[in-house]
Design a protein around this ligand. Structure first.
Ligand code: NCD
Ligand code: ZN
Length: 368
């Protein structure tokens, strides 16, 4: 039975294991939504130009920390903003070297390197075309224990856009997993049954993040009564049978391989409502609440005792830290089942942003 109205649940404070924070005014606009909910977030490196080196990551981290201080009231943070930590990533390019991997691993703040196949998504032009040439880098990552985060889609123009993920598994992911047995890999924002089954059957070195949109919606949501640019992201939403498989994967008892990663990816409204609209869905305004809805609808939010179901806690708060080798957060977060409206738009520097569920409502809210 779904949770009744006004139900409250408390979980160890979650982390967002896949997030786009952008930079400058946009960073200032979106960061409070994340910092109010999460203790840490894996920050994606696909700025323009991308975050390629340890120096780039150090500079970006400083800008995020400065934005935290500047927005500490909106984010409800301590005076120095110290109760949120950005976990930085580097963008894998053909110029990435094993030495750069070692330097990143020796830093306290880089937690992974992101592989974008060239051309796969927003700001991925600098990505990798020839994965075989990256073997020395993967070996160094394996040695150093640095996580490889993969956007798992092939980019060949002759491959149907809905098939890009499962073909990536056969052509690229499976060979990497077999060849680098000690390499920790997060298959990011999985969208298909194929991916869920692959990860479930893979060694413990392989895990996956799941977004709220791929758990809540199928590809019909892009075409309801007309084209819906705000439901367009990459990887693109898939058929209902795939959504159902993702739901089974995240709510499987005692699963340890699947965890939260919102892939919240803000774009100004006018850059999505245009003849060639950007890919990306903004969900940080409900970064925990959307998942509560998903688990509630699947009857996996409350245990028979009335306590929060361990499946929700594991997905939100435990599996991610365990995979990344970090402690579970000691602080907690409480949410309650009370409807709240989602604004039509949010401020985004000089522009506006259209959040997921704009003009509709969310079933859960934060309890301060
Ligand atoms: C992301 C973005 O806008 O940076 N877009 C998206 O649709 N998810 C890039 C990405 O993660 O693919
Ligand atoms: Zn992303």
């Amino acid at each position: 039975m779904p949770a009744p109205a006004n139900t409250r649940i408390t979980i160890p404070r979650p982390d967002d294991w896949h997030l786009h924070l952008r930079d400058g005014d946009a960073l200032n606009a979106v960061l409070p939504d994340t910092a109010r909910r999460f203790a840490r977030a894996i920050v994606m490196p696909n700025l323009k130009p991308p975050i390629r080196t340890l120096d780039d990551a150090a500079g970006y981290r400083e800008r995020i920390l400065a934005a935290l201080k500047a927005n500490r009231d909106a984010a409800k943070l301590s005076d120095d903003g110290s109760n949120f930590a950005p976990l930085m990533t580097l963008y894998l390019t053909p110029e990435t070297t094993p030495d750069m991997v070692s330097a990143a691993a020796a830093s306290e703040f880089v937690h992974g390197i992101k592989l974008y196949p060239a051309g796969a998504t927003t700001n991925s032009d600098a990505g990798v075309n020839n994965l075989d040439a990256m073997s020395p880098v993967f070996e160094a990552m394996e040695r150093e224990g640095l996580v490889l985060q993969i956007h798992g889609e092939v980019t060949d123009t002759d491959v149907d856009v809905f098939d890009r993920e499962h073909i990536f598994i056969e052509r690229h992911l499976n060979p990497i997993v077999e060849r680098f047995a000690g390499l920790k890999i997060v298959f990011e924002h999985i969208t298909t049954r194929d991916a869920a089954e692959f990860v479930a059957a893979a060694p413990d070195t392989v895990a996956a993040t799941l977004t709220p949109q791929h758990l809540l919606m199928n590809r019909n949501a892009i075409f309801v009564g007309g084209i819906r640019p705000h439901n367009y992201c990459l990887p693109v939403l898939k058929r209902e049978e795939h959504r159902a498989a993702l739901l089974r994967a995240v709510t499987a008892k005692d699963q340890t391989k699947f965890f939260i990663g919102t892939d919240s990816a803000p774009h100004a409204t006018h850059t999505k409502e245009t003849s060639c609209g950007c890919a990306g869905i903004y969900s940080s305004h409900g970064g925990v609440e959307f998942y509560a809805e998903v688990f509630d609808a699947a009857d996996a939010l409350l245990a028979a005792s009335g306590d929060v179901d361990s499946r929700f806690v594991n997905f939100m708060s435990r599996n991610g830290p365990a995979f990344y080798g970090l402690p579970v957060n000691a602080e907690t977060l409480t949410i309650e089942k009370v409807d709240r409206p989602v604004p039509e738009s949010l401020e985004f520097g000089e522009h506006t942003l259209t959040p997921l569920r704009a003009g509709e409502s969310l079933a859960w809210r934060l309890v301060d």
